[in-house]
Design a protein around this ligand. Structure first.
Ligand code: NAP
Length: 262
């Protein structure tokens, strides 16, 4: 199989997109390490992914650098290498820029942005030593189009996009590939798991979003083709381009969606 002998580490793999990414890589022949803040949640996902002879579940809170270092050390101890590191752990916050709780805003950045940097800074030396590797950062379409009532979340995803794309160039000579994945709405428990949700999303109730499996397959294809960025579903690409050229048109659409979601 394509990924035979390769080792993939996925942060936030206890459910949703992270679990689906672990499964796609394992189904392609890779060994996988599934990380989550809670070891039993990670273990339950490991059982659902299957092929337990090639997988490991560990507790790892990406806000704590020592957890990330420990997860990497255990991966290298058990599998002897790491080929792909997926920074997927993420959390949302729906509130106004004017009134959001600053401790929630900081916690969001600790997870989505600083957690991603911790993962990259931990794994890059191991990949440099090996002479190759890939880092996949799970960002969002919200990293291209700022979401009303999701300003802090969008800001963390804009920051992820900038950091990942700049690092891609810095790491090119070391043969380390950095891929940014930007999903639109995805059908997961993300909304239920938010830090706070004092405001409703612009997502109309009728929109279910694409499946986590579809995002995982798109991420896997992007990794195989060494792409810079994957937007999934692809129908969000023209919306992003439209926002870049005519932001007022997209803002008008979002204002309408906000009225309809109430
Ligand atoms: P989810 O179902 O809520 O899963 C989030 C995952 O992140 C869980 O496995 C959770 O594990 C983990 N996590 C949260 N905080 C963590 C921390 N401090 N350290 C380690 N793990 C942590 O959400 P999802 O939809 O799969 O989201 C995955 C990623 O996709 C996120 O980065 C999100 O921003 C992005 N995304 C989602 C959507 C969407 O519509 N769902 C759209 C675009 C982008 P534990 O709770 O077990 O620790």
């Amino acid at each position: 199989m394509e990924m035979d002998g390769k080792v993939v580490v996925v942060t936030g793999a206890s459910m949703g997109i992270g679990e689906a990414i672990a499964k796609v890589f394992v189904d392609a022949g890779a060994s996988a390490v599934l990380l989550s803040r809670d070891a039993s949640r990670a273990e339950a996902a490991r059982q659902r992914v299957g092929n337990t002879g090639r997988t490991l579940a560990l507790a790892c809170d990406v806000r704590k650098r020592e957890d990330v270092d420990r997860a990497l050390a255990l991966t290298l101890h058990d599998f002897g290498r790491v080929d792909v590191w997926v920074n997927n752990a993420g959390i949302g916050l729906y509130d106004t820029a004017a009134e959001m709780d600053m401790s929630a805003c900081r916690e969001l950045f600790e997870t989505n942005f600083f957690g991603m940097i911790a993962g990259m800074q931990a794994v890059i030396p191991a990949m440099q030593k090996k002479g190759s590797g890939a880092i996949i950062n799970i960002s969002s379409v919200a990293g291209h189009i700022p979401l009303p009532f999701g300003s802090a979340y969008s800001a963390s995803k804009f920051a992820m996009n900038a950091l990942g794309k700049a690092a891609r160039l810095e790491l090119r000579r070391a043969h380390i590939h950095v891929l940014t994945v930007c999903p639109g709405f995805v059908s997961t428990a993300f909304s239920e798991n938010m830090l706070a949700s004092r405001k409703s999303s612009i997502r109309p109730k009728s929109v279910r979003g694409v499946s986590a499996q579809r995002v995982a397959q798109a991420a896997y294809r992007g990794y195989r083709k060494r792409q810079r960025e994957v937007v999934v579903p692809w129908t969000m690409i023209p919306v992003i381009k439209l926002y870049q050229l005519f932001p007022g048109v997209v803002e008008w659409g979002m204002a309408r969606a906000l009225r309809n979601s109430r």
